[in-house]
Write a new protein. Structure first.
Length: 514
C-alpha cells in the first residue's frame, strides 16, 4: 500500500479540523500581532527583474473568460508582457491601505484573512524578452527573481510523468503554500485554506489565460519532492501545491544531465518564531506522490458525482445569453473585486444568480477532472432574497440547469449560525455551499483527493467571485460549522462533507455610494 492510499490520514485530518460551536468558542488561540508573518517571501541576495506594469486590455468579457478555455491544439506561447499580465491579475497587489496596526496589501484574488500564503513561481524556456529559467514572483516589487538559469522544463516533464500539456508548455506557473503565514491565524485548519486560497488565485489565472488566448491546464499529479527541489523550498515551511501549464509549442526541452542541486538561497524570516501544527504536515506527507506509478494512477477517470433526480419542486434557471450578459472586461472586474464586509439586505435577480451558477460551473481544465466538465463538488444554497425564487434551501442540478427546493422557508438566522455565527451570511442574498462525497473522491484519488476537492471548491468560488463582480454584485468567502451544515441540508446531504462557503449579494457600501 502506498502512503497516498492509506485513507485514514485524510479522514483523520478532515475530522479533527472541523469547526463546531464548542471547538471555536473554547479555542484559547489569539493573534499575536507582534509576531505576525511578513506578507511576502523576500530573497536577500537576488536582484529583481522588473516586469512591465501596463495592463493589456483584452476586451474579453469576464463572464466569457471564466466559462471558457482555449483548446490545447492552439500553438501559442506568452511573451514577457503576457506573463506580467498573468502575474499581476493573479497574484499582484491591486490595493494598499494603511491601518494603525500596519499596512495591508490587497491582492488580485481573494484569500482567507488577507494573509496570502500562496507563493508563485515561473518555470520557462526562452520567451520573448525573458530568458529560460526558474523564477520567483515578488508582488511587492512587481518583479521576478531568477533562482536558476537555463531550461528546467524537462524536470517538470519527468515529475508529472511526461504529462502532455506540461511537456509542450513554454511556461508553467507553480503555486506553493506557506504553512505559517496562514496558520498564524487559522492554526491547523490552514491546510484546507491551501486549497481555497490557491483555488481563487487559479480562477483568475485560468480566466486571464483564456482572455489572452493561451491554452492552460491545471496539473495536480506530480512528484512532490522533485518539484520542491526544483524550487529550492524548505518543505517543512513551504510546499508545491499546483502547476498550470500555459501555452503550447512543438519544441521540447532537452533533459538535464542531473537533478537540480540545492541552492540554499537566503530569505527573510517570516516572523520572530513559527508554531508548527503537525496535523498539516501529516496530511501533506500522506497525500504526496512518491513514484511515477502513483502519478500515472492519479491521471485516470474522475469519479462521477451523481445527484439523485429531483424529487422536490424545481425552478428552471435562465442565465443571460451571450448577447444579453454584461460585457465588463475581465481586467476591470478583477481590479474592482474585493470581499464584501457588509451586504445590503436587498434582492438580486434570478437571472443574476442563474448566470453566476452557469458560468462558474462549465468545467475546469485539470488533470483530475477527466472528462472535462466533471465536477467533484456539488452546489447547495440557502436563498434569502432572490427575485422569482422563494426563500429556502436548494441544490443545483448542473446537468438540468435547475434548482431543486429541499425545504422552503426563511433561513437567514440558520445561515448566520452555519457561517460561524457571522452576520454576512444573514445579510447575503444567497449563501452558496460546496459539498462533496469524500468517500468516493478519496476512494478514487487517495489522500491527494483531499487536496483536489478543496482546490476545486476554491476555483469554483473564485469564478463565482468574478461572476458576481461582473454583474456589479459582491461576494465573500466564509468558514462554517462543518457538521451543522450537513445536518441542515440532510437528508439530501447526509453522506457528504462541506468544503467551502461563499456568500453573494449587493454590497451595502456600494448601495450607499449609489
Amino acid at each position: 500500500m502506498t502512503v497516498n492510499s492509506n485513507l485514514e490520514a485524510a479522514w483523520k485530518y478532515h475530522n479533527t479540523s472541523k469547526h463546531s460551536y464548542a471547538s471555536v468558542h473554547n479555542n484559547p488561540h489569539f493573534l499575536d500581532w507582534s509576531n505576525q508573518p511578513l506578507p511576502f517571501k523576500a530573497y536577500t541576495t537576488l536582484e529583481p527583474l522588473r516586469l512591465p506594469r501596463e495592463v493589456r486590455q483584452t476586451g474579453v468579457a469576464a463572464l466569457s473568460a471564466i466559462a471558457e478555455s482555449i483548446h490545447l491544439e492552439a500553438k501559442v506561447g506568452p511573451d514577457l508582457e503576457a506573463l506580467a499580465q498573468l502575474l499581476y491579475l493573479t497574484a499582484g497587489i491591486t490595493r494598499h491601505r494603511k491601518y494603525p496596526g500596519g499596512d495591508i496589501y490587497f491582492r488580485a484574488a481573494a484569500c482567507t484573512g488577507a494573509l496570502y500564503e500562496v507563493e508563485v513561481y515561473v518555470v520557462c524556456g526562452n520567451l520573448i524578452d525573458l530568458e529560460a529559467g526558474v523564477y520567483h514572483f515578488a508582488p511587492a516589487e512587481f518583479a521576478l527573481r531568477r533562482l536558476r538559469d537555463g531550461d528546467y522544463r524537462s524536470v517538470l516533464s519527468e515529475a508529472t510523468g511526461r504529462e502532455t500539456t506540461i511537456v509542450h508548455a513554454p511556461l508553467t506557473i507553480i503555486c506553493t503554500c506557506t504553512y505559517w503565514r496562514n496558520a498564524w491565524k487559522y492554526q491547523a485548519r490552514t491546510y484546507r485554506h491551501f486549497g481555497w486560497d490557491n483555488g481563487t488565485l487559479l480562477a483568475n489565472l485560468l480566466a486571464v489565460a483564456t482572455a489572452l488566448g493561451l491554452p492552460a491546464r491545471l496539473i495536480c499529479g506530480f512528484l512532490d519532492a522533485d518539484v520542491n527541489r526544483l524550487l529550492d523550498v524548505d518543505p517543512e515551511r513551504e510546499v508545491a501545491y499546483s502547476l498550470v501549464a500555459l501555452g503550447h509549442v512543438e519544441a521540447l526541452a532537452q533533459p538535464l544531465p542531473s537533478k537540480p542541486s540545492a541552492l540554499h538561497l537566503e530569505t527573510v524570516p517570516l516572523s520572530r518564531n513559527e508554531t508548527v501544527y503537525p496535523a498539516m504536515h501529516e496530511i501533506h506527507t500522506a497525500s504526496s506522490l512518491n513514484s511515477p506509478e502513483e502519478v500515472e494512477i492519479w491521471r485516470g477517470k474522475a469519479p462521477l458525482a451523481n445527484l439523485p433526480p429531483p424529487t422536490g419542486p424545481v425552478i428552471q434557471l435562465h442565465p443571460y445569453s451571450d448577447t444579453e450578459m454584461p460585457r465588463d472586461p475581465l481586467e476591470q472586474v478583477i481590479l474592482r473585486r474585493g470581499s464584501a464586509r457588509k451586504f445590503a439586505q436587498v434582492s438580486i435577480e434570478l437571472r443574476q444568480l442563474s448566470t453566476m451558477l452557469d458560468r462558474a460551473t462549465r468545467g475546469i481544465p485539470a488533470d483530475f477532472l477527466d472528462p472535462q466538465g466533471t465536477q467533484l463538488n456539488e452546489v447547495y444554497l440557502i436563498v434569502n432574497a432572490v427575485e422569482g425564487l422563494d426563500p429556502g434551501a436548494y441544490v443545483y442540478h448542473r446537468d438540468r440547469h435547475v434548482l431543486e427546493c429541499l425545504k422552503a422557508g426563511n433561513f437567514r438566522a440558520q445561515a448566520g449560525h452555519l457561517g460561524l455565527d457571522q452576520q454576512l451570511p444573514v445579510e447575503a442574498a444567497a449563501d452558496i455551499f460546496f459539498l462533496a462525497d469524500l468517500q468516493i473522491i478519496l476512494g478514487r484519488f487517495g489522500n491527494r483527493g483531499y487536496r483536489a476537492v478543496q482546490l476545486e471548491a476554491g476555483i469554483l468560488s473564485g469564478k463565482l467571485y468574478l461572476a458576481a463582480y461582473a454583474q456589479r454584485l459582491s461576494a465573500t468567502g466564509l468558514t462554517f460549522y462543518d457538521d451543522a451544515v450537513i445536518r441542515f441540508f440532510s437528508p439530501h446531504a447526509h453522506d457528504k462533507s462541506v468544503i467551502m462557503l461563499l456568500a453573494v449579494g449587493k454590497n451595502a457600501k456600494s448601495m450607499l455610494q449609489g
